[in-house]
Design a protein around this ligand. Sequence first.
Ligand SMILES: [Zn+2]
Length: 164
Amino acid sequence: MLYRDDDIRKDTDINIVEALHQLFLKYNRVHTLGIVLEDIYQTPIWYWMQETYKKTPKNIAFGLHAFVHIDYSLLIYDEVLSDLKKCLDYWNKYRGDLPEFKHFYPPYSKQSNALYKACEEVGLTCLNHGGIYPMYVFHWGELSLKENVERVEQTLIENIKIGN
Ligand SMILES: [Zn+2]
């Protein structure tokens, strides 16, 4: 089971992401971040990712979600390709010790042939709902820290119970 914590971005509340991360440590699962890159460098969440990867590298993973949160399926191939290249340039310039991106998690779960092709061109695998990987995607939305933690913990417990 891939647990995808989407929309990690420059203004992400690190108290919530840290509380959720503690659950992934408690149940020894991988906390996968879907990252929106714009202006994320040297924000609190950027420092949090650096420190957390250093301390718990086996329990955290990093995937590309977007540069800005747009619907990539509306773009033509050349537009997708140049956006993805911009994303990879940005990440590789600022990621420090964090690993390179391997996966792209499309915003709004919207995909297109152009998107798949462009991902392949830059060496990313486009992963989505309904694909070959069972995936639980959570967005924090308007929920409180407590509600988010309860919801994710419940999901972890249920999945572990059925052997995921
Ligand atoms: Zn999103």
